[in-house]
Ligand binder design. Sequence first.
Ligand SMILES: [Zn+2]
Length: 336
Amino acid sequence: MVVIPARAGIHSLLKRMEKEIHMKSFKERVDRGDILISDGAMGTYLQAKGLKPGECMESWCVSHPNVVKGIHEDYIAAGSDLVETNSFGGTGYKLKSYGLADKVRELNQAAVALAKQAMAGKGYVAASVGPTGHIVEDEGGDVTPQDLYKAFKEQVVVLEEGGADALCIETMASLSEAVQAIKAAKENTKLPVICTFTFEASARGFRTMMGVTPERAAREAVAAGADIVGANCGNGIVNMIEITRQMRAAQPNTPILISANAGMPVLEGEKTVFKETPEFMASKVNDLIKAGAQIIGGCCGTTPDHIAAMARVAKAARQVDSQRSTANNEKRGSAG
Ligand SMILES: [Zn+2]
């Protein structure tokens, strides 16, 4: 027997289907060249909400779920098209340092669920995957590439099951580690994979802590399977413009995600402060887009105010672009 739902039931079901059909996937939006706004800091925001030094940030997904969800909601209200889950330190290696190695599934599941609840289908959830804190043997460390692969696999499988739209491997310094994370993601999930590195300005130019240039990071991340590359943390927005240029030169066709800090941290008494204002960061967004950035967010020290100011500029740029392409199409139409 076929059970026919009540009229209202059909209506809401159809409405939901319609919404899902109209909502393009994250990858489709990126592939057609849309400028997208990511979110701002999670760690420094959680600290402002009471996270103690030395406390496991990811455990707040379970101990303070409303705070984590509230942070996502603040960024969504500010204009974020995608938010990143509170799962940066969600590998077994990282959680082990807090005695939580057996919580990989629970914490990563909770992280995705909170971001999805906050987003409520209006945008995308990128699941954050940070470094393990271990260095591979051939770079002088104590773990094998296979060990890292296994740890990343354990995390990304849960993040996909939870319903993330993309994986964001971020704050990478080691190419070996980034490559293992990308491979674990590509070989064990169907999700689009973003990989961003953290560079430091040095006398020899921009390098990660392990000595990798933006060009090489972009090239090798793409060779390993990354769909989107980029940079996060470690720099204010001005340096990120040059880093974007260098990545763009190495990978002319790969979408680039940039999340700058609100400047470099400055110690004032016992407090660490980040001094770039929302207005200052927003004033550089057009240059960042011109250099090649397509997805723009913020890292340490950025707040919903920073995201709102940057989103206003980026969305104006998005509008100008779409007007231009509509005008071009009309011109082409009338000429042809
Ligand atoms: Zn950061």
